[in-house]
Design a protein around this ligand. Structure first.
Ligand SMILES: Cc1cc2nc3c(=O)[nH]c(=O)nc-3n(C[C@H](O)[C@H](O)[C@H](O)COP(=O)(O)OP(=O)(O)OC[C@H]3O[C@@H](n4cnc5c(N)ncnc54)[C@H](O)[C@@H]3O)c2cc1C
Length: 473
């Protein structure tokens, strides 16, 4: 068992800390933001500020992958989330007609997901983490660099702790960087004399324009379609949340400067009103100050083993600091928890006695079990950006990539066949990779047979010209 320092105290990092502490590790979470959650999570929306976490007030859904790990490994957290008002939804049980799903089947419980405002979800998880034996959460403690000791492999720095911005040294057998998509880890590694990690950064990202709403009577808008819907050059995201609240987001390409006035509430409102399946999600009272904007949402991957050798030992990057993608797919927390579970299991299997072997093994299992999710999401994002850019130019997007054809066909087939419907949930909810799903006998052929007409489906929602008129009116 080791002393583990987790850098960053977001919801997934706190979950990781609890997983590791349950195995007997002494875990110290260092979080830059000073304020902790209020006693009552219901007060968190009004009274908890987290300036270090840009997405704190952005729409979040915690999909089946996240829910499954929390149910299995942290059952107290799952119950507390529900007690605080987070919803457990299952499209098959709660939303879709039996004519589309074929009725409830054994195994459908895996499609259950959790949803609530990130602020509330994190307040609940933080309160439990802070009272978990073996977990210490130190807020107002920004990490500024790494401390290194004797190398375990010649020429490769070995990390033995972190240096805080206040100049304190916090020693550890393993440093787990979970400081998010803007992590400073590559810079800290460079200062420690490490070779640079592999970094892949997409040159186009997404911009989020979102708002939360509340109903007077605790009711929620009717769910009339998928949570995320592409409408030509924009996508909408509509998510029910806790205690009679919900969120609505318009997602655009970061290159689409013509839509920047979506930050103005009246134009954002006009655009959402023009979307047939989303317009009624505006029928509530807005609970945030204007439209919340988050830009620079690129896909980024970092690989910390280069040419077969770790760039450093004694430190790993987990969740967004390792790889992050377009949040509109709602997969970040699920992929992050899967990565945290992978870390826990790797520590069980190999321990920390041989830091070089541990670094190599963790990289290998990450590549095998977590990276396929990043790669699949990246492929989806690249095609979505391609569709948006083609839409801006007024031409149709197409791609010879068989995975694109299969993904579009599956979405079209989902409304026609129960097995295809479940396949979209398996992939969308981070339960089974596309590769695993399409290995099912006959599914690939059925998908292409039922869904190959997706190009002929009539477009609906505003045209590009109508959209531009709405944002410039
Ligand atoms: C707009 C948006 C919407 C999203 N929606 C969803 C969704 O619907 N579903 C979903 O599953 N995922 C969603 N995600 C992704 C999700 O937020 C992350 O994948 C998930 O929280 C895992 O992140 P993390 O723990 O790696 O980092 P984060 O949650 O980003 O937390 C990083 C933490 O590190 C702290 N920190 C940073 N630097 C330092 C430092 N130097 N020292 C100490 N602390 C530091 C920050 O203050 C912060 O608390 C969304 C992301 C964004 C940006």
């Amino acid at each position: 068992m080791g002393r583990i320092v987790v850098v960053g105290g977001g919801v997934v990092a706190l979950g990781a800390a609890m997983l590791l502490a349950a195995d007997g590790h002494q875990v110290t979470v260092l979080e830059r933001d000073p304020q902790g959650p209020p006693d009552d999570p219901a007060d968190a929306w009004e009274h908890w500020e987290r300036p270090g976490l840009n997405q704190f007030r952005m729409a979040h859904a915690f999909l089946g992958g996240f829910r499954q790990i929390v149910d299995a490994e942290l059952p107290g957290v799952a119950k507390a989330l529900q007690d605080a008002g987070a919803l457990r939804l299952n499209f098959i049980r709660d939303v879709l007609p039996a004519t589309l799903t074929g009725g409830w089947r054994d195994g459908d419980e895996r499609y259950e997901w959790l949803t609530g405002r990130r602020v509330l979800m994190e307040a609940v998880v933080a309160a439990i983490a802070e009272s978990t034996p073996g977990v210490e959460v130190r807020r107002g403690t920004a990490v500024a660099g790494l401390i290194t000791g004797a190398c375990a492999l010649a020429g490769v720095p070995h990390v033995t702790g972190v240096r805080t911005r206040a100049g304190e040294s916090v020693m550890a057998d393993l440093v787990v960087d979970m400081s998010g998509r803007r992590s400073g880890l590559p810079g800290w590694l460079q200062e420690a004399g490490a070779r640079p990690p592999i970094e892949e950064l997409e040159d186009v990202g997404f911009v989020y324009y979102g708002r939360h709403f509340r109903s007077a009577d605790g009711s929620l808008p009717a769910i009339l379609g998928p949570a995320q819907i592409p409408w030509g050059t924009i996508s909408s995201l509509t998510l029910p949340a806790d205690n009679g609240t919900w969120s609505v987001v318009v997602v655009v390409s970061s290159r689409d400067t013509a839509l920047r006035s979506l930050r103005e509430a009246d134009r954002w409102d006009a655009v959402v009103r023009s979307l047939p399946l989303a317009a009624h999600w505006l029928d509530g009272t807005p609970i945030d100050d204007g439209v919340q904007v988050m830009a620079r949402l690129e896909d980024r991957y970092r690989g910390f083993v280069v040419d077969g050798k770790p760039v450093a030992t004694g430190v790993v990057a987990v969740a967004d600091s390792w790889a992050c993608s377009n949040p509109a797919n709602g997969r970040g927390a699920s992929i992050g928890m899967l990565h945290a579970l992978t870390l826990r299991d790797q520590l069980r299997a190999a321990g920390l006695d041989d830091p070089v072997a541990f670094a190599g093994a963790f990289h290998r299992v990450t590549t095998e079990t977590v990276e396929p999710w990043y790669r699949a999401t990246l492929a989806t994002d690249r095609h979505r950006i391609g569709e948006i850019e083609a839409g801006i130019r007024g031409v149709a997007y197409d791609s010879p990539d068989p995975a694109y054809e299969l993904e579009k066909a599956l979405n079209a087939a989902a409304g026609r066949d129960p097995e295809c419907t479940r396949a979209t949930f398996d992939i969308g909810f981070v339960l089974r990779t596309p590769e695993e799903v399409f290995a099912r006998p006959g599914l690939r052929d059925k998908t292409l047979r039922l869904g190959s007409g997706w190009r002929d489906e009539p477009p609906f929602g505003p045209t590009r010209e109508e959209l531009l008129a709405l944002v410039s009116a």
